[in-house]
Design a protein around this ligand. Structure first.
Ligand code: MG
Length: 377
């Protein structure tokens, strides 16, 4: 057993059993392979851009709202805690968490929907697939290869969904979608940690923005239960602290449930390796039925009351229009893009040009997209 895998359960991702990098490299001297992945992600350009990309609220709406960067850090925090408890690979979990949103467009889901609509005739746009494109191809930092040349296991975790049409074109990394196999536990965990993070921080951000009604929120089973507990324990606590206290308890509650339920699932399945995990009929990392129901109910609540709030919708419509304008402008006049991109879009077929334009737009921060729109109009 190497130092990097000491203390890990047999069903965790072990570097010695990993499927390696696309281009072979000398092993790192002082770090494990997954630590090296994480470090490459932190040094990437796409990672630094996350600070100016919208989660729900556009950056200029306020300094304290989550951005894609702070969201990614919160996902990593939640996933690392659970990874330790389950004795699975913490550096791998951290690498996947920090990379999972690298392919996100500016302006959150509204941006992704707009770009997908623009790309309808050219193969569409999926942000998960784009995250993989960023680490596999678009980052230009290394002399020996394009992209970051990450390990198979990190790439497997980044690609959490994928259409079957795209999966067929992706080779080994897309195969599990065609064969209906599972990814490793580290990938499964980050997927759920992502959902835990946004459900909770969106309650906080939505409340901060004055868009969520606490009386309505209290009717949500998960929020209501912890709200009652906090009120009983601290009568007269001011609202701001009360909401924080409820949120930290909600996170503790669902993470505790996730660890306990997943441990039971692991015991029932008895996997002896990551391959046993991949061959299981369904994901092993999961909530209990009760908590899953509460989690989904809160998610639906946020959809109805926050993501579809008239104020959020108005901003979404504005930014969607902006991305549609940019897409149309770069398609007609590719020279308006940065040099590397305009060169790639020169005298190529329309679908190829569309992909270059989509890559260029997806890489933008919110404020760069605004500035470009202003410059071109
Ligand atoms: Mg996310």
């Amino acid at each position: 057993m190497t130092a990097a895998s000491a203390g890990l359960a047999p069903y965790a991702a072990h570097e010695t059993a990993g499927k390696g990098r696309r281009i072979e490299e000398t092993p790192p001297a002082y770090r494990g392979e997954y630590q090296r992945d994480r470090d490459r992600i932190i040094h990437s350009t796409a990672f630094r851009r996350l600070v100016y990309k919208t989660q729900v609220f556009v950056n200029h709406e306020g300094d304290l709202y989550r951005t894609r960067l702070t969201h990614s850090l919160e996902v990593a925090q939640i996933a690392r805690t659970a990874a330790r408890a389950l004795r699975i690979n913490e550096p791998l979990v951290e690498a996947i968490s920090l990379a999972h949103d690298l392919g996100h467009t500016p302006f959150g889901h509204a941006g992704q929907d707009a770009l997908n609509a623009c790309m309808r005739d050219f193969g569409g746009f999926e942000h998960n697939l784009q995250s993989l494109r960023v680490v596999d191809e678009l980052e230009e930092k290394y002399a020996d290869f394009s992209g970051l040349n990450l390990t198979f296991e990190t790439r497997e975790g980044i690609l959490k969904h994928c259409s079957l049409r795209n999966a067929r074109e992706l080779g080994d990394i897309g195969r599990r979608f065609l064969e209906r196999r599972q990814p490793g536990l580290e990938a499964q965990l980050v997927n759920i940690a992502d959902a835990i993070a946004y459900n909770n921080h969106d309650v906080d951000d939505g409340y901060r923005a004055g868009l969520l009604d606490v009386e309505l929120l209290r009717q949500e089973p998960l929020f209501g239960e912890h709200y009652r507990h906090v009120q009983e324990a601290y009568p007269g606590l001011d609202d701001r602290k009360l909401i924080y206290e409820v949120i930290r308890r909600m996170i503790g509650h669902v993470v505790g449930d996730l660890i306990a339920t997943s441990s039971r699932n692991i015991q029932a399945l008895g996997p002896e390796s990551i391959e046993d995990v991949r061959a299981a009929p369904e994901p092993v990392i999961a909530f209990s039925e009760d908590v899953l129901e509460q989690h989904l109910s809160l998610k639906q609540f946020l959809r109805d009351n926050l993501y579809r709030h008239p104020q959020v919708r108005a901003m979404n419509e504005e930014t969607q229009q902006l991305l549609e304008d940019l897409f149309a402008q770069y398609m007609t006049d590719p020279e308006q893009m940065g040099e590397a991109f305009s060169k790639q879009a020169e005298s190529v077929a329309e679908p190829v040009r569309a992909r270059v334009v989509a890559d260029y737009i997806a890489g933008m921060t919110d404020r760069f997209a605004y500035a470009e729109h202003k410059r071109l109009n």
